[in-house]
Design a protein around this ligand. Structure first.
Ligand SMILES: [Zn+2]
Length: 554
């Protein structure tokens, strides 16, 4: 596809997104998109022609003047020959110089995008490197991690405590890259130079520490696995370090913990939950996906984020979500929300990664759901159910869970609790706990280290469950209505249907007829079944996230 026809299709897509049929559910946040949104959120021709192999991000971070300067060397394989490359870097940062094989390249800025003009003939199949020299004073995050940027804080000893976070806003907030999730480098080297009284903790393993004469030190972190760009992070502080080895499904997993010195004793107690989390999630989801890179929990000056193999933590060394149980069921007080939730993302977010943020439910629905699986693992199945049911208080049904594709626009915050409730509902439909666990583990095995579309996950689950779940996904991901089970009892007959639902909704449902379990498959048309007794009392299994209405009011 050439550039012109590409942007024509994008224009049509944008216009379609504005049609009233969709807009009725999408009104509140944002319905207009700019060319910048498209450049950020789609696989443009200037991105598509080259395949990322390796990044070497090599930067100096100076807390004294809040600047970052350095280079990112981008190694890539040419797919189709082209002469314009898209590199993303957001103001106020600037690319100072771009060069390939010793030759300086010209470039033009268009908002958050740099168009780099290649000089050398880019031969398909060949590997090239490009050095991007950049720097400046990156955006400061006012609300980390919900708003991306750098956080510059101080510890109790007045030493700098610095961290990056950039999900949604993009890694190009602080380093130049191909800022789209579809393409990940196969591995990455992150070299961070900091004042010698501090240390940097990034992703992967610490390969070397190099002290310089100017009283700075460079920490070289190597990530041996593909990594998504918002997963890359820096954490700079006067850290204390302790470690342990977890005997997991794939052997010995190195677990390293970095916290401010003032919190070391508290962390040694609270972080006992890290191996507990690993045991629970390896049981449900399969082996931790990054044994080669180890697992780290790193204290950060904000609540937390799923940075790959270096989960950042700022939950105050107490249970719950900053001390509260988001489920209101009591079970949320039993574990540290950030250790469990953010680490769970190693499976759903870092192992299986959304291609488009419109499908962010792949990360958040499964990980909201994982919280109850953690509860179930330690406290039993009823406890897990109570956690899910309690969490429904947080569902808004304001707009669909799925966002808008190709413009970097995520769906409703319902991707957490409603998504978790949807998965809990699907588990009821599957009605076979071993099969369900096999599906969850299968996802992590069959999509190992992959970037996926939501539809791939949906189709996979349908095929492994042996049930067409499409109407269920349509209902809960792409519509805001909660299906209502309408019924009435007349004599010894029960009549029922689904209402307030998508066309063709036919989700199986478990009901109880005067306390006796009965599995039925309602459709949007009324059907009738015989009951053993007259005037039976009908109840709907509360594990299904549905409404119900006795039409006769009895
Ligand atoms: Zn999350």
């Amino acid at each position: 596809m050439n550039r012109k026809s590409f942007y024509f299709i994008i224009l049509i897509t944008l216009l379609l997104n504005l049609l009233p049929a969709r807009a009725q559910y999408l009104a509140p946040a944002q319905t207009k998109f700019t060319l910048q949104d498209t450049l950020r959120g789609s696989i443009t021709p200037e991105r598509a022609w080259w395949d990322l192999i390796f990044y070497h991000l090599d930067i100096s971070v100076k807390p004294s003047d809040s600047t970052i300067y350095g280079t990112n060397t981008v190694t890539y394989r040419v797919i189709i020959s082209s002469d314009i490359m898209q590199i993303d870097l957001q103001p106020p940062l600037e690319i100072i110089k771009a060069e390939q094989n010793g030759k300086s390249l010209s470039f033009k800025r268009e908002g958050n995008v740099y168009w780099i003009r290649m000089v050398e003939n880019q031969k398909p199949g060949e590997i090239y490197s490009l050095i991007l020299n950049y720097g400046g004073r990156p955006k400061i995050s006012r609300r980390p991690p919900w708003e991306g940027g750098i956080t510059w804080k101080k510890d109790k000893n007045n030493l700098p405590f610095v961290a990056s976070s950039c999900q949604g806003d993009g890694a190009s907030l602080w380093w130049p890259c191909k800022d789209h999730m579809y393409d990940e480098p196969d591995s990455m080297l992150i070299s961070v130079n900091v004042p010698s009284n501090l240390m940097d903790v990034s992703n992967g393993r610490l390969r070397s520490v190099v002290k310089h004469k100017n009283n700075t030190t460079t920490y070289n972190w190597f990530v041996a696995n593909p990594i998504n760009n918002y997963g890359v992070n820096i954490n700079i502080a006067d850290y204390a370090h302790f470690s342990e080895v977890f005997n997991g499904e794939k052997g010995k997993l190195d677990c390293d913990y970095y916290v401010l010195k003032e919190n070391l004793e508290k962390a040694k107690i609270q972080f006992r939950q890290a191996p507990m989390m690993l045991s629970a999630f390896e049981y449900w989801f399969g082996p931790y996906p990054f044994y080669e890179d180890g697992y780290k929990l790193v204290e950060a000056p904000y609540l937390g984020m799923e940075h790959q193999s270096s989960i950042t933590y700022g939950n105050g060394f107490r249970n719950g979500y900053m001390g509260t149980d988001l489920s209101g069921s009591g079970w949320g007080d039993k574990f540290d929300f950030i250790i469990v939730h953010e680490s769970g993302h190693e499976w759903f977010a870092n192992n299986i990664t959304y291609e488009d943020i419109a499908d962010m439910w792949i990360h958040e629905s499964f990980i909201n759901y994982s919280e109850n699986l953690y509860v179930e693992y330690y406290y039993g199945k009823d406890a897990g159910s109570e956690y899910v049911l309690g969490s429904r208080m947080n569902i808004k049904n304001d707009r669909p869970v799925t966002g808008i594709y190709n413009v970097n626009f995520s769906g409703s915050g319902d991707m957490y609790y409603k998504g978790g409730s949807m998965l809990h509902t699907i588990r009821q439909i599957v009605d076979d706990d071993e099969k369900w666990r096999t599906i969850l583990r299968g996802l992590n095995k069959d999509f190992y280290h992959q970037v996926v579309k939501g539809s791939q996950i949906e189709e996979y689950m349908s095929s492994k469950a042996g049930i067409n779940l499409k109407p269920v996904f349509d209902q809960y991901l792409r519509d805001i209505r909660i299906p209502v089970f309408e019924y009435y009892v007349k004599g010894n007959k029960l009549t029922f249907r689904w209402n307030n639902c998508v066309q063709g909704f036919n989700m199986p449902l478990r009901i109880y007829i005067s306390g006796i379990r009965k599995d039925i498959v309602p459709t949007t048309r009324f059907s009738t079944i015989d009951l053993e007794t007259d005037n039976a009392v009908i109840t709907v299994d509360p594990n299904y996230y549905v409404g119900y209405l006795n039409m006769t009011g009895k």
